[in-house]
Design a protein around this ligand. Structure first.
Ligand code: GDD
Length: 324
């Protein structure tokens, strides 16, 4: 039985990945931070097979202990401060957790391998936010990185540190450059879920509109359930490498509103959407669109859920939640 350790197991990706690995017969360990973390109890109910370990990316000793306890074949480092807008208000914390935390996790794995001689494969959750002010369209593995937020800068540090550990120590360390990926489990602060929850409430006459920031930004949105499969595939390769994971299609926030409102039969949403500067960012990533041909060729990975299916799925889920 293979063993996997997932950091960030209580997040959207962590939960989908835990399910995938459990289905594949892995013993799944999940790192959860904090005392009395309510997410821990929730995870114990929804994913009872995950063996929860206590630890924090800022605390190297806790990571060394977690790795030596579960002796994983594979480590998936998904934990991060992941909300881009928050990273301007909390740049130091974001740098420490989202950037420095990767180094701590790599060190914990290296320490374990040195001590025991047991090989461990490592996955780092890198991000399309690293492309920022894009230097090439579409973005691929070789595109110059130009991050536009403290979050993006921190992710660049983690990305290059992963490559450096691969090159310096021969570690099987791969970095997945994942474009935006969403699901009904997405946190309500991210734009897709903010819209799907609001549209569901508007449908149920519980609110009459919503406030948003920049409607012209474009993102390459895929389904999180499809994307965790790519993470696993990367660690099954004989050689570690970096891969862009994306759909290859881009849509604006306006397109997102078109589909979400269409699901409840509204064709003109202009009266229901207010523009509010508080949701605008000091520096915006205007356009993301990924070229995932390397992942498609080498990993045999393809996304299955389309943008339109994804947004309709989220709205329908949020309506059903309200009805429950
Ligand atoms: N969150 C939010 N709220 N975004 C808004 C809003 C709003 O009210 N109005 C417009 N937007 C725009 C943002 O300015 C941004 O251009 C876009 O919607 C997407 O914002 P988010 O959903 O917050 O995602 P993100 O692209 O900033 O970051 C996500 O994707 C990255 C991968 O590229 C996060 O999941 C990151 O953790 C991830 O790395």
């Amino acid at each position: 039985m293979k063993r996997a350790l997932i950091t960030g197991v209580t997040g959207q990706d962590g939960m989908y990945l835990a399910e995938l690995l459990n289905d594949k017969g892995y013993e799944v360990f999940g790192l959860v931070q904090g005392q009395n973390n309510p997410k821990k109890d929730l995870l114990a109910q929804t994913h009872p097979y995950v063996k929860i370990l206590s630890g924090n990316l800022l605390d190297l000793v806790s990571l060394i202990r977690a790795v030596s306890f579960c002796r994983p074949d594979e480590v998936y480092n998904l934990a991060a401060v992941s909300f881009v807008a928050y990273s301007w208000e909390n740049a130091r914390l974001t740098s420490d957790v989202t950037g420095g935390g990767v180094l701590n996790m790599l060190e914990a794995v290296r320490f374990h391998m040195d001590k025991t001689g047991e090989p461990v494969k490592f996955y780092q959750a890198s991000s399309s936010e690293m492309f920022g002010k894009v230097q090439e369209v579409p973005q691929r593995e070789s595109t110059l990185l130009w991050p536009r937020s403290p979050y993006g800068v921190a992710k660049v540090f983690g990305h290059y540190m992963t490559i450096n550990y691969r090159e310096s120590y021969g570690m099987h360390a791969s970095s997945g450059i994942l474009f935006n990926h969403e699901s009904p489990r997405r946190g309500p602060e991210f734009v897709t879920r903010k819209v799907s929850m609001a549209v569901a409430r508007i449908h149920k006459n519980l609110q009459n509109g919503l406030s948003l920031g920049n409607l012209d930004a474009k993102r390459d949105w895929g389904f999180a359930g499809d994307y965790v499969e790519a993470m696993w595939l990367m660690l099954q390769q004989p050689e570690a490498d970096d891969y862009v994971i994306s759909t290859g299609q881009t849509h604006s926030i306006r397109d997102l509103l078109d589909v979400a409102f269409d699901e409840i039969g509204v064709t003109d949403w202009n009266q229901m959407v207010r523009l509010d500067d508080q949701f605008k960012r000091p520096a915006e990533v205007d356009l993301l669109i990924g070229d995932s041909s390397k992942a498609r060729e080498v990993l045999g990975w393809t996304p299955k859920v389309t943008f339109e299916e994804l947004i309709r799925m989220m709205v329908r889920h949020d309506i059903a939640e309200l009805e429950r």
